[in-house]
Design a protein around this ligand. Structure first.
Ligand code: NAD
Ligand code: PRE
Length: 363
C-alpha cells in the first residue's frame, strides 16, 4: 500500500487528495494544525485518514505533498524534516514559485529523503477544501523542478503517481519556471488587482461604473478576487522577477499612451493584431493561462446517443453549450462528460436542468 500524505488540504491539496483517494493500492492522509479542519477533511471524504499530528501523518508516507502558502513552505519543510520519515520518501510541494523552495530544500538535504519541487498550472480564484475537485488538474501542465542531485528513480516514481491527476508533466529548471510563471501568472494578477482598484476609485465618485462593468472587465479581472495572503506570499517570493516585469509593463503601457498622444491608429491596430495572433495560439482546452471556469461534469452511462440526448436537453431549454468533451469512455466504465458554458447563468441553468433529469452532476 502506498501512503500519500497531504499537508494543507485546501483547493490544491484537497484536489490532489481527491485524485489519489480510492485508487487501488493508495491511501491518503491529511494534516492540519486545526482539529476542526481535520474533522472537515474526514467528513467531506477527501482523505482516508487525518490528524493534527505531523509525525502521525508523515511517518511511513511514501509521498508527502506540501500544499500550504508559499511563505509557510520553508518552516514547514524544517518541521517535517525533524519528523521520522520513511527512507526513500519523496517530498514535493505545489507552491507557485519554485526557485527559493528548491534551493532551500537542497541546502537541507537529508540523504534518504528526496525533495522535488512541483507546481500544477491549474487553479482558481477560490480557496479551501470546499473548492477542491478531482478534475482540477486534468489536461493542465504540471511543472516539476528536479535538479542534478535528484535521483532519476525518485523523479520517475513521482511522475508515475501524478498520472492519477491526468495532468501533463513538464520538467523545468526552477529559475526559468519563476521567470515564465512571473510573466503569465504573477504579473496578470497584479494588473487585474490594480485595474479593479483604479475603477473602484472612480466608482466612489459615480456608482454607474460598477453597474456598467460588463464582459470585458469581468474577463480580465476574475483573478483579482484571488486569496490576498496567498498572493502576498507569491509576489514577495518572486519579487525581483515581478519588479523587472513591471518595468517592462510600464514600457508597454507607455507605448499606448504615446500612440494615443500621436493619434496613431495604425499602431493601435498593429498592437491588437499582434496580441490576437499570439492569444489565438494559446492552448484553450488546457487549464492554465486560459481556463474555462464554467465547467460541469456529468457522469453518464456509456451508451450510444447519450451526448445527443444531453445536448438536445440543453438546446431545448435555450442553454448555450460552448464545448463538450468525453473524458472517459470505455465499454465497462461509466463515462464523464465535461460541459463548458460561456457564463455563470448558463452554467447554473444547466446544473438545475440536468439534476432535475436525474443526471449525476459535479463541479
Ligand atoms: N490557488 C491556485 O490557483 C494555485 C495554483 C497553483 C498553485 N497554488 C499554490 O498552492 C498552495 C496552496 O494554495 P491553495 O489555493 O490550495 O490555498 P488554500 O487556501 O485553498 O489551501 C491552503 C491550505 O494550507 C493551510 N494553511 C494556510 N496557512 C498555513 C500555514 N501557515 N501553515 C500551515 N498550513 C497552512 C490552510 O489551512 C489550507 O488547508 C500555495 O502555495 C499556492 O501558491 C495555488
Ligand atoms: O485560474 C486562476 O484563477 C489562477 O489564478 C490559476 C493560476 C494562474 O495564474 O494561472 C494561479 C496561480 C498558480 O500558481 C497557477 C495557476
Amino acid at each position: 500500500m502506498i501512503k500519500v500524505a497531504i499537508f494543507g488540504v485546501g483547493l490544491m491539496g484537497g484536489s490532489l487528495a481527491l485524485c489519489f483517494k480510492g485508487k487501488p493500492g493508495i491511501r491518503v492522509a491529511g494534516h492540519s494544525n486545526n482539529p476542526a479542519q481535520v474533522e472537515k477533511y474526514l467528513k467531506r471524504g477527501v482523505v482516508d485518514e487525518a490528524s493534527t499530528s505531523m509525525q502521525e501523518v508523515a511517518e511511513d508516507a511514501d509521498f508527502i505533498f506540501l500544499c500550504t502558502p508559499v511563505g509557510s513552505l520553508e518552516p514547514y519543510l524544517d518541521k517535517l524534516l525533524r519528523c521520522k520519515l520513511k527512507p526513500g520518501c519523496i517530498v514535493t510541494d505545489v507552491g507557485s514559485t519554485k526557485s527559493s523552495i528548491t534551493k532551500y530544500a537542497r541546502s537541507k538535504a537529508v540523504p534518504y529523503v528526496h525533495f522535488i519541487g512541483g507546481h500544477p498550472m491549474a487553479g482558481s480564484e477560490r480557496s479551501g477544501v470546499e473548492a477542491a475537485s478531482s478534475h482540477l488538474y486534468e489536461n493542465a501542465y504540471y511543472v516539476l523542478t528536479p535538479d542534478d542531485a535528484t535521483p532519476a528513480e525518485a523523479y520517475d516514481r513521482l511522475v508515475e503517481l501524478l498520472r492519477h491527476t491526468r495532468a501533463h508533466i513538464v520538467r523545468v529548471d526552477a529559475d526559468r519556471h519563476d521567470e515564465i510563471v512571473g510573466a503569465i501568472s504573477h504579473l496578470p494578477h497584479v494588473i487585474a488587482v490594480a485595474l479593479v482598484n483604479q475603477v473602484a476609485g472612480y466608482n466612489e465618485r459615480d456608482g454607474l461604473y460598477q453597474s456598467l462593468a460588463a464582459g470585458g472587465f469581468r474577463d480580465i479581472t476574475r483573478i483579482a478576487s484571488s486569496h490576498p495572503d496567498m498572493w502576498r506570499d507569491i509576489l514577495l517570493n518572486n519579487r525581483e522577477v515581478v519588479l523587472a516585469l513591471l518595468r517592462d509593463w510600464n514600457a508597454e503601457i507607455a507605448k499606448f499612451a504615446d500612440m494615443l498622444e500621436r493619434s496613431d491608429g495604425d499602431g493601435i491596430v498593429r498592437e491588437f493584431k499582434r496580441a490576437g495572433a499570439f492569444r489565438s495560439q494559446l492552448p484553450e482546452r488546457r487549464k492554465g493561462v486560459i481556463t474555462s471556469i464554467y465547467d460541469v461534469y456529468v457522469d453518464v452511462p456509456d451508451h450510444p446517443g447519450i451526448i445527443g440526448q444531453i445536448a438536445t436537453l440543453l438546446g431545448n431549454s435555450r442553454i448555450n453549450l460552448s464545448n463538450i468533451h468525453i473524458i472517459e469512455s470505455r465499454a465497462d466504465v461509466p463515462g464523464v462528460l465535461r460541459l463548458s458554458f460561456r457564463n455563470e447563468t448558463d452554467l447554473e441553468a444547466a446544473i438545475e436542468l440536468l439534476k432535475r433529469h436525474r443526471y449525476e452532476v459535479r463541479q
